[in-house]
Design a protein around this ligand. Structure first.
Ligand SMILES: Cc1cc2nc3c(=O)[nH]c(=O)nc-3n(C[C@H](O)[C@H](O)[C@H](O)COP(=O)(O)OP(=O)(O)OC[C@H]3O[C@@H](n4cnc5c(N)ncnc54)[C@H](O)[C@@H]3O)c2cc1C
Length: 286
């Protein structure tokens, strides 16, 4: 780990001004759960660390005008336990509850997770199918990034070096759609997923009205299976239809082999768990 100057600003305004002042030579620290590992392994070597632990802003959770607003410094444990999130976006509360352990979730923040952008993380697939957006703030501006444009590659996002994630915005989850989040982890309960699938769906008179499917851990970023969603719209609700349609998942995933499974295994499991998630939200038995 290299030597660095440690800054603990007392407001978000001060934090973004410091970030701008050190112009690419600084890293923001929120929970520190990922950044400390990056520093220890010398994968990042900033001259300045700007810790947000004294910043009082960006710590609220509220619903306004049909949108759930979660501050960037809210911890992942707070999201999981918040009655506001559980009511407005139960899928999201569930996805955050599956992250690692309580100890990690007590420190890790929403903004830190969004910026870290590990494709095997739990929340991204749900954020994709909930059509979330990310608010980022710099010393001179503020902008909103649709989640579909947020993740750009392994551990990369479209955030600029002088920006801080200050809010996550999530439209209220439609109450007429069933939902599920499946985290397939054959090793230990607190591991990253081998494959994960978030899904929502509804059907009427035996026909699928709408489904949404997001996948994690099977590509350089979390994915939304829009081709599959479109193909299933208006289709008959049956196991055969879901089984056939889910095969399309094999074409869009691009997993890598690692200790959690070979690329081929993960591709096969993506198809299996996408189908199971669709069965769950559409009420289709084996
Ligand atoms: C042992 C272990 C197991 C884990 N298992 C899982 C798992 O099963 N599922 C899962 O989803 N995740 C898992 N994680 C990842 C965990 O979710 C991330 O470490 C966490 O989300 C990072 O949040 P943080 O607040 O600690 O970020 P930090 O460590 O503080 O920062 C992470 C990165 O984001 C930047 N950053 C921090 N805050 C901001 C901000 N507000 N704006 C812009 N940039 C920012 C930092 O500069 C750094 O580059 C695991 C982590 C560990 C250590």
């Amino acid at each position: 780990m290299n030597d660095f100057a440690f800054h603990a600003p007392g407001s978000m305004k001060e934090a973004v001004e410091l970030l701008s002042q050190y112009d690419g030579d600084a890293r923001v620290m929120s929970g520190g759960t990922a950044l400390m590992l990056l520093l220890k392994q010398s994968l990042v070597n900033p001259d300045h660390i700007i810790s947000l632990h004294r910043v009082p802003d960006a710590r609220s959770i509220e619903v306004t005008d049909g949108v759930l607003h979660i501050g960037g410094l809210v911890t992942q444990r707070e999201v999981e336990l918040s009655p506001v999130v559980q009511k407005a976006a139960p899928l999201l509360a569930n996805a955050y509850s599956r992250v690692a352990t309580v100890r990690i979730r007590n420190a890790a923040t929403v903004g830190g997770g969004l910026a870290q952008a590990d494709p095997a993380m739990d929340p991204p697939s749900s954020l994709l199918i909930l059509n979330a957006s990310v608010k980022v703030t710099s010393a001179t501006s503020e902008r909103m990034v649709p989640i579909a444009d947020w993740y750009s590659d392994y551990y990369e996002t479209t955030i600029n070096e002088d920006e801080i994630v200050t809010e996550l915005l999530v439209p209220i989850q439609p109450s007429d759609m069933a939902w599920t989040y499946i985290k397939y982890l054959p090793r230990t309960e607190d591991d990253y997923a081998t494959v994960s699938v978030a899904a929502m769906g509804k059907a009427e008179n035996g026909k699928i009205s709408e489904v949404r499917v997001g996948l994690g851990a099977v590509s350089s970023t979390a994915l939304r299976a829009t081709g599959l969603e479109n193909a299933l719209q208006g289709a008959e609700v049956s196991l055969d239809v879901l089984r056939d349609a889910s095969q399309a998942i094999a074409e869009i995933v691009d997993p890598t082999s690692d200790p959690r499974g070979s690329a081929d295994y993960k591709r096969d499991m993506s198809v299996v768990f996408a189908r199971r998630a669709l069965q769950k939200v559409l009420g289709v038995k084996d």
